[in-house]
Design a protein around this ligand. Structure first.
Ligand code: 13P
Length: 255
């Protein structure tokens, strides 16, 4: 399959940055810079920014996402937000299983799987994050870690639901550190994930499946990373907080 048949997805993950008014201003600045891009453009923002972000992005090619979602339909879960709440608010995308959730907030492979189920049932599009920590890479078990995270997250997911899932391969040692995986390292693990999807769902599904790289992707290194055969886009942290840098990555994906 020709890589060109997979439409790249460039997604920003703002993490805990930008107030609603800052979100509006940044999206207004980004809109003309990413207009007409030949890739999908998504910005995942803090819950409190969702309405301002969607209002600012209306009529543009920027889609908005949340950064997490709870697995329960409703109930006594103080501070949490359900998939149905996001759906009714008109939010199309959600990040699930980000390494910062795993590292700081007790996220496990099983809770990631439960969130995936809830988001799919609500009709949301998911950016599912997987990735090894440095000690796991040093031990030579990157493939095992990433495959286990992926397989558990996808437990019970049917082939026809895969179109609503993107996987973002984010090596934890490359997040926010300025240390990017080399294009070869990024491609190697994205290919491992695609091969796993092929084993689980067949080659046709794997060929169509979108796999992003994330971890210190920026305007200077994006083109080379995105040119790799199995890298279909990026999940961008720091560089998604600057309109010109994010737009340059969107442009690099649009060739
Ligand atoms: P940085 O691009 O800041 O390294 O963050 C990557 C990331 O965690 C995106 O989800």
């Amino acid at each position: 399959m020709d890589k060109a048949l997979r439409r790249p997805v460039i997604a920003g993950n703002w993490k805990m940055n930008n107030t609603p008014s800052q979100a509006k201003a940044l999206i207004e600045e980004m809109k003309p810079l990413v207009a007409g891009a030949d890739c999908d453009v998504v910005l995942c923002v803090p819950y409190i920014d969702l309405y301002a972000a969607m209002e600012a992005a209306e009529g543009s090619n920027i889609k908005i996402g949340a950064e997490n979602v709870h697995w329960a339909e409703k109930g006594a879960f103080t501070g949490e937000v359900s998939a149905q709440m996001l759906k009714e608010a008109g939010v199309p995308y959600v990040i699930i299983g980000h390494s910062e959730r795993r590292q700081y907030f007790g996220e496990t492979d099983v809770t990631v799987r439960n969130r995936v189920r809830a988001a799919l049932d609500a009709g949301l599009k998911i950016i599912l994050c997987v990735g090894e920590v440095l000690s796991e890479r040093k031990l030579g078990i990157t493939s095992e870690v990433v495959c286990a995270q992926t397989e558990i997250a996808l437990a019970g997911v049917k082939a026809e639901e895969l179109k609503n899932i993107i996987i973002a391969y984010e090596p934890v040692w490359a997040i926010g550190t300025g240390e990017t995986a080399t294009p070869e390292q990024a491609n190697e693990v994205c290919k491992i994930i695609r091969d796993l999807i092929a084993r689980l769902y067949g080659k046709d599904e794997a060929d169509r499946f979108i796999i992003q790289y994330g971890g210190s992707m920026n305007d200077a290194n994006a083109a080379e990373l995105l040119a790799q055969y199995d890298v279909d886009g990026g999940l961008i942290g720091g560089a998604s907080l600057k309109a010109d840098k994010f737009a340059a990555i969107v442009k690099a994906a649009s060739v």
